[in-house]
Design a binder for this molecule. Sequence first.
Ligand SMILES: [Fe+2]
Length: 245
Amino acid sequence: MKYLIFSDIHSNLEAFEKLLSIKKATEVDKYLFLGDLVGYGANPNETIELFKTINKSHYIRGNHDKVIADLESSSLFNPVAAFSAEWSKIQTSKENQEFLKNIKRGPEIVDHFITICHGSTFDEDYYVFSMFEAVESFKFMETQVGFFGHTHFPIIYLLRNDKIDIVPLSKNIKIKLDPNTRYLINPGSIGQPRDKDPDPSFVIFDSTRKEVHFQRFPYDIKKTQRKIREVGLPEILSSRLESGI
Ligand SMILES: [Fe+2]
C-alpha cells in the first residue's frame, strides 16, 4: 500500500492545488491528512471544497480547524494566529464550517498499523519539537509507525532499544524502516513550511517496501502572498511564506 501523508495546508490553495497535480503524490492508495486545513491563508472555502474532492482519505482536525469551527476560542493563539482565525471564521460558509466541526480529533489508527495525530499522540495541541517531547508521544502510540503535524517542521524521531534519536533530513530523502525500531514522522507542511525552505513538503509511505520518502515541490508563492495582502491579513503571513519560517 502507498500512502500520501501531508499536513498543515492552512488555506494555501496554490500549494494544495500543486500537490494534487503531482503524479507521485496522487498515485497512492490512501491520503492521510494530519490537520490544520485552514487558518493563516486567504482561501479557506476553496481549500475545504478541494479537500472534499479527495477520496480514500483519513484525516483528523488541527488546532486551527477547531477554532475556526467555533469549537474553541482563539484566546490561546498568538495575535496573528488569532486574527487570521477570526477572519477565517467570518469567511467560512456555514456548510464548510459544519464540515470542519465534524472532523474527528486524533489520534486515529489507520489500517491497524499507522497512527496519525496533529500535535502528539496524547494531545492534539501539544508540540513535538524535541526528543523529550517525542519520547512522551511514543509512550502513547500503539503502532510501530506514527505521523504527526502541528510544528510545520519535517523530521523523523526513532526509538530503538529505549533510545531516542533523530534522522538527519535532506531534500528527497528516502529511508527504509527497520522492523525493530519505532518511528514518529512529521511530513512538514503544505501551506506554511517553517524549516527555512519555502517549498511545501510531504511524505509517501510505501508500507510494502517499508519505505518513507520525503519530497518537496515549488509553487506560485507570489500569487499566494498577493492574495493574503489583498484580503488584509497580517503582512507577516505573506512574508514568512517566502522565507519558510
Ligand atoms: Fe498548523
